[in-house]
Design a protein around this ligand. Structure first.
Ligand code: FE2
Length: 335
């Protein structure tokens, strides 16, 4: 077999591995309709959103999981696989397109993955965040810019036990040629050189605290590692590509490691349009995401944040949630 053929096989292998961690799922019409029913049953609670206390949210999450398994079993199985760490991202199509129903369905699916929460200063501290570009925004790499929003994980400046675990994006309006990208980190790790991997596991980096946290526009964390291992042995990543630098800016080995990571992430990225009735639900710790430049016209994406547990957020903020004080969370990291 020629070298060309062998490398073709390798490429296919990589694509397959990427695809097993990034799964596409089309809802059947029947399941999508029954999803509406689940939403309607809980709409009074869901409409109250962040105004309800944490205990009510935990009760709702459990009840919804049971109902979802009964009414939309294929979707429930898919979400259970995500929760168990078997897949890192799910692109779900065929969901309701009506904006009000979408809001409720998004929360139903969020609760099936984990506990919905938000930070107080982010998007008005709402449980369901509205992402709209601002044509006058000059802030690069934020949700308001219409330019490309480069590869990143959200909230890398926050301690891992408080960081968003799952991000769910639900399309309401999406201009043509506007895509969201996701790269599971597992296949990237396998292709990184041994030395680069070692360097990325070392606390040789610092990341900038997002401006939206309102602590200042040039605050950087204490030394952090880009890669870490979870309790279950999965490699996790915390990396805003545009706001990460070596602690020692002359650390060429660290700079080279970041460049190698960025190149491999770009090659691995899978792009999908988050169109009306489409959802992209992905792990914020086992992969990296980005958004292309936004095409002509309006855009509105609904977003939720979820975690398996809110215990650490509750502890550092001394609040039951589900909306947590941003400054208390970031202060716990910077302390
Ligand atoms: Fe993001």
């Amino acid at each position: 077999m020629s070298t060309e053929h062998r490398s073709g096989g390798r490429e296919r292998g990589r694509a397959e591995e990427r695809n097993t961690r990034f799964v596409r799922f089309a809802m059947s019409v029947a399941e999508a309709e029954r999803l509406d029913e689940v939403y309607r049953k809980y709409m009074v609670y869901l409409a109250a959103g962040g105004a309800l206390d944490g205990a009510v949210h935990r009760t709702i999450a459990q009840a919804i999981s049971v109902d979802l398994a009964r009414h939309a079993p294929k979707l429930a199985r898919q979400l259970a696989r995500a929760r168990a760490g078997e897949i890192d991202a799910s692109y779900i199509t065929g969901l309701p397109t009506d904006p009000e129903i979408a809001r409720g369905v998004l929360l139903v699916i969020t609760y099936a993955i984990g506990y919905a929460f938000n930070f107080s200063t982010q998007n008005g501290g709402k449980l369901v965040m509205e992402l709209r570009p601002d044509p006058n925004s000059s802030q690069a790499n934020t949700n308001t810019t219409t330019d490309e929003f480069r590869a990143h994980t959200d909230d890398a400046a926050i301690a891992g036990s408080c960081r968003v675990g799952w991000i769910l994006l639900y399309g309401i309006v999406n201009p043509p040629e506007t895509v969201t990208g996701y790269a599971p980190i597992a296949p990237v790790i396998k292709r990184l050189s041994h030395r680069t991997k070692q360097v990325l596991f070392e606390k040789r980096f610092t990341v900038r605290v997002p401006v939206s946290f309102k602590l200042g526009d040039d605050i950087w964390t204490d030394p952090v590692a880009i890669l870490s291992l979870s309790d279950t042995g999965a490699t996790e990543i915390a990396w805003p590509s545009y706001a990460t630098k070596p602690v020692d800016e002359r650390d060429q080995e660290a700079l080279d490691a970041l460049a190698e990571l960025e190149a491999l992430v770009d090659q691995t990225m899978v792009h999908v349009p988050v169109d009306p009735g489409c959802m992209l639900a992905f792990s914020n710790v086992r992969g990296v995401h980005m958004r292309s430049k936004i095409g002509e016209g309006d855009r509105l994406i609904l977003r939720t944040y979820a975690r398996d547990s809110l215990a650490d957020l509750r502890e550092v903020t001394q609040d039951d949630g589900p909306i947590f004080d941003t400054q208390a969370v970031i202060a716990a990291r910077l302390r």
